[in-house]
Ligand binder design. Structure first.
Ligand code: PHE
Length: 443
């Protein structure tokens, strides 16, 4: 159950929508190299630490942190880590739902045959027509939020397992088939080179920050989602091997998505660094020209909606659980309340793609030219999640007593335990701090 829930949380738009466009923006190979390094050296130790805290605390992240801090005789201010995570969850869900809304809209486009024989120009027009219309975006954003809340209302466990069990293999098979199509019809070698031959001159502090942020985002780390799901993990299950499984699955799906997309990008002379619209422009082009593409495209976007759905649920579950514990809200009331807040913040993202493409207040700052969506994405992925990750590692590897963490992790192999401890104690926190300082120009 934990692996399914955690994989359902981790695999989502982050892998299929965000990873390709971030890789495209970040110059390809340089970004991918940093991203994989961040997954291995920061993501894995943070994930293990987060699961560890969740399993020991067994409640919402805020109360888990407070209880564990009390247990160690430390200040309950550690609960603030849960508060920051909850806030990050709201902010991420607010834009996540808008993008998932694009996916819903594309289910309808696919079903109505809009992709058949579409031209390069046609795909651009289709996408721009959608994002240019705030009312259409509002409609899909609202529908997705309603779908998310309607699952949360009933308690996450039911249904989630079955959904993920069907979804993961389905999505995997479809993506592999698209990679095969990319080999046949795309510039596969160019795509491969773009993703895996790093141009080291492209490694800048900014690209490093984005690769780190993407590693946290795609693994759902640093905000309590994995902590929440960690409480489902039975006492005798291995935290290390389940974490490795989740991280590997997630990374594999992202890389396959990249391999499906970039060959099509290059074969059609599209722009790799065009931003958040990348897959919505590239994939319909592929579907429009492959045999059985309409059905295939329909199935693909439906599965992507499901993948986004299981991630979205994990984004507000910590907040809902906390409200139920703290204020004795009914689950229904807490879910409606949280959904409404995230939905309202999402209106800012809806407008970012049409009426409000940049926030004027930011002129003259380092964030000049950023839209509301860009700002939320930057703030959550690149700052809040890594910061949450550092605190999680510090708590698990420094604050918690040696014997508590040893019994909780239950790693039988001493070298594996030592490796986790070293990564969580030094490498992950210092790595994040170093990247932060590097961006600020201080190192
Ligand atoms: N990991 C999810 C994805 O890749 C997004 C997410 C981030 C979910 C943070 C929960 C917490 O789509």
């Amino acid at each position: 159950m934990f692996v399914l829930a955690a994989a359902g949380s981790a695999v989502g738009l982050g892998n299929i929508w965000k990873f390709p466009y971030m890789a495209g923006d970040g110059g390809g190979g340089a970004f991918v190299l940093l991203y994989i390094t961040c997954i291995a050296l920061l993501g894995l130790p943070v994930m293990m630490s987060e699961v560890l805290l969740g399993r020991r605390g067994r409640s919402s992240p805020i109360n888990t942190m407070r209880a564990l801090a009390r247990e160690e005789g430390r200040s309950t201010l550690w609960g603030l880590l849960g508060v920051m995570g909850m806030l990050a969850g709201f902010l991420i869900l607010s834009f996540y739902s808008v993008i998932a809304g694009w996916t819903l809209a594309y289910v309808v486009e696919a079903a109505s045959g809009s992709f058949a024989g579409i031209s390069t120009q046609g795909v651009g027009e289709l996408f721009n027509r959608l994002v240019g219309d705030p009312w259409r975006l509002m409609f899909w954003h609202t529908l997705f939020m309603v779908l998310t809340v309607s699952v949360i209302l009933r308690g996450v466990r039911r249904g989630l397992e079955a959904a993920v069990r069907l979804l993961m293999p389905g999505l995997f098979v479809l993506i592999v088939a698209m990679v095969v199509y990319a080999v046949i019809a795309g510039d596969f070698l160019d795509g491969l080179k773009f993703l895996f031959a790093p141009d080291f001159s492209k490694i800048t502090p900014d690209v490093a920050l984005k690769a780190m942020g993407q590693a946290f985002f795609t693994l759902s780390l640093g905000m309590g989602a994995i902590m929440m799901y960690g409480s489902y993990l039975p006492e005798d299950a291995s935290i290390a091997s389940t974490s490795v499984q989740v991280a590997l699955t997630d990374t594999l799906i992202a890389i396959l998505a990249g391999l499906a997309i970039f060959p099509i990008v290059f074969a059609n002379g599209l722009e790799a660094g065009q931003g958040p619209g990348l897959i919505f422009i590239t994939l319909p082009l592929a579907f429009g020209h492959m045999p059985g593409g309409t059905l295939f495209g329909l199935l693909f976007f439906i599965l992507l909606v499901f993948a986004a759905w299981t991630s979205a649920i994990s984004l507000i579950e910590p907040a809902v659980a906390w409200m139920v514990e703290r204020f004795s809200f009914t689950r229904i009331r807490a879910s409606l309340f949280c959904g409404l807040i995230a939905w309202a913040i999402g209106v800012g993202t809806v407008l970012s793609f049409n009426h409000w493409p940049r926030i004027r207040l930011l002129d003259g700052t380092a964030f000049e030219g950023k839209s509301f969506f860009d700002l939320l994405d930057y703030l959550t992925s690149n700052i809040m999640l890594p910061l949450g990750g550092i605190l999680i590692c510090l708590f698990a590897a420094w604050v918690m007593g040696e014997s508590s963490r040893r019994t909780e992790l239950r790693i039988t192999h001493p070298a594996v335990y030592a490796l986790w401890r070293f990564l969580a104690r030094y490498v992950a926190p210092l790595g994040v701090v170093l990247i932060f300082l590097h961006v600020l120009g201080m190192v």
